[in-house]
Design a protein around this ligand. Structure first.
Ligand SMILES: [Zn+2]
Ligand SMILES: [Zn+2]
Length: 132
């Protein structure tokens, strides 16, 4: 069981599954949403994600018509994003996990949008836009 929380601790969650895929996303929306040069996102199954506290503190922002970004309304911690046409999957922001994650990043996406002041590339595949 993986555990995670937001910065203020209002939002606490458990994930009854494994992290099996990690993308490093360099798109401008992720950078602006997180204030960082890139973001580590993992697709997880919505039905294995359970909020222990603070579910009512979650707020959504639709960064596009198809995608909402969900964050704690008190402290602003980004928790996950979700595509409206894929409700069974959310993309968890891995930095919110307090449990040890035994999975390293698999690939970079939107590398064509990366900042020019930091190169976080390692020996994993790079996609200029999205992977698929
Ligand atoms: Zn919070
Ligand atoms: Zn992104």
């Amino acid at each position: 069981m993986l555990k995670g929380r937001c910065l203020c601790g209002d939002v606490r969650f458990e994930y009854d599954g494994e992290i099996t895929e990690v993308a490093i996303c360099h798109c401008s929306q992720c950078r602006q949403a997180q204030g960082t040069p890139f973001v580590t996102n993992a697709p997880i199954e919505t039905n294995k994600l359970r909020f222990l506290t603070g579910e009512t503190s979650l707020k959504s922002f639709f960064s596009s018509k198809e995608k909402r970004r969900v964050f704690c309304k008190n402290c602003g911690s980004p928790i996950f994003s979700q595509r409206i046409d894929m409700p069974e999957v959310v993309r968890l922001r891995l930095g919110t996990l307090s449990s040890l994650v035994n999975h390293t990043p698999d690939y970079h996406i939107y590398y064509g949008s990366k900042v020019d002041w930091f190169d976080g590339a390692r020996q994993i595949p790079i996609y200029d836009e999205n992977k698929d």
